[in-house]
Design a protein around this ligand. Structure first.
Ligand code: FNR
Length: 383
């Protein structure tokens, strides 16, 4: 049995356990992947200030996010096709998040539907919404999330047009999946995954098939999804979403100061500084590099979250020091899920919690709310 100390260990296990097309889907970015790489590399450049002889006996990572108490300021980000990394993966991730006391965000493009996850869990989860051309369908998704008791809505703004991801094109990733000899071979080399997949009924986009007009079976899904992301999405739509939802709203995909200022006018409860994990505009800056300027511009008027490239509790701490109140993780928990199902998500969260706690202590801080830029060396300092 492989020893798992850090998220990279889970990544290695995931690569061995999931068919290549699905592992690559999670493990890559858009175009040249420069933004995808920068998300992690820019974290590594930030240096921490070590402090000594501070009483560290009473420490806490607890805080609140959009008014909700969390055991640490970490959120599981929405990830499409999670149920292809591990059968019923959305349920497993939601349960692991609830046990860890952190929010889970279910993607519009999830395999298990809102209702399926709600029926299998007891703790409210967050729902992520894409604005599609069919506004009746978007409205019905909001209503379904409300009826299922979701406790926050994450509205994704950076996917009016799907970024081009070369690995997915090379792998022929599609919905519904093609069963060419190459794909069948990839699946045959992962028998554990195949056996588990055969045991679940959740193998398609549960929020869409049977719910959206014109998508009653798998054959009609592919053309529907490719046409549906709405290129006309505008700030006005956000007001409409906010009204219809009526609960805590987080705007995801803000990477520019001007957009952050514009987001204030919508009355949203939080913004999430994000470049979609480097999957949309390749060449855009890393999330962590733009976080400080966005915090300086609007941080006193709106709660700020971030995601992108977070692979450790140290990364979480650096984002908190730079002004994020909440840090969302995508691949870090997906590797755990793909490697070993629900226990893998719990393990990923345990790893991150431990790293965050130890790093905070070694920086001489006892509360996440006390972390600030003073815990970091200023840019340009010589090593
Ligand atoms: C995503 N992300 C995403 N975001 C969203 O709003 N809706 C979605 O359906 C998806 N789907 C999705 C699939 C996969 C495989 C990945 C890796 C990511 C983006 C996600 O919510 C988050 O912004 C990034 O994952 C953060 O970057 P890291 O933590 O993965 O580096």
């Amino acid at each position: 049995m492989a020893v798992v100390c850090e998220i990279r260990d889970l990544e290695r296990l995931a690569r061995r356990r999931v068919p290549k097309m699905f592992f690559d889907y999670a493990n890559s970015g858009a175009w040249t992947e420069s933004t995808y790489r920068a998300n992690s590399e820019d974290f590594a450049r930030i240096k921490l200030r070590q402090r000594v002889a501070v009483d560290m006996s009473d420490r806490s990572l607890e805080t609140t996010l959009v008014g909700q108490r969390v055991s640490m300021p970490v959120v599981l980000a929405p990830v499409g096709l999670t149920g292809m990394q591990y059968p019923d993966g959305e349920i497993a991730a939601a349960r692991a998040a609830a046990a860890a006391g952190v929010p889970y965000t279910l993607s519009t493009m999830s395999i298990c539907s809102i209702e399926t996850v709600a029926a299998a869990t007891t703790t409210p989860f967050w729902f992520q919404l894409y604005v599609m051309r069919d506004r009746d369908f978007v409205g019905s998704l909001i209503d379904r999330a409300k009826a299922a008791g979701c406790s926050a809505l994450v509205l994704t703004l950076d996917l009016q047009i799907l970024g081009q991801r070369h690995n997915d094109i090379r792998n022929g990733l599609s919905t519904p999946p093609k069963f060419t000899p190459k794909h069948l071979w990839q699946m045959a080399t992962r028998p554990g995954w195949c056996l588990r997949m055969l045991r679940t009924r959740n193998r398609t986009f549960g929020n869409i098939v049977g719910h959206a007009k014109g998508v009653d079976d798998l054959s009609s899904l592919s053309s529907w999804t490719s046409q549906q992301f709405d290129p006309r999405l505008s700030w006005k739509d956000i007001e409409w979403v906010k009204q219809r939802w009526g609960g805590p709203l987080i705007l995801k995909g803000i990477l520019d100061v001007e957009d952050a200022r514009r987001a204030l006018d919508t009355g949203a409860d939080a913004i999430s500084v994000s470049n979609h994990g480097g999957r949309q505009l390749d060449g855009a800056p890393s999330s962590i590099s733009v976080l400080p300027e966005i915090v300086d511009a609007v941080g006193d008027r709106i709660e700020i979250h971030m995601d992108g490239g977070v692979r450790s509790g140290q990364d979480v701490l650096k984002a908190l020091c730079l002004g994020a109140k909440g840090v969302h993780i995508g691949r870090a928990y997906i590797y755990g899920l793909a490697a070993m199902g629900g226990p893998g998500v719990s393990l990923a969260l345990d790893i991150i919690r431990k790293e965050l706690d130890i790093t905070m202590a070694l920086c001489g801080e006892r509360r996440v709310a006390d972390l600030s830029r003073t815990n970091l060396y200023h840019e340009g300092r010589q090593d």
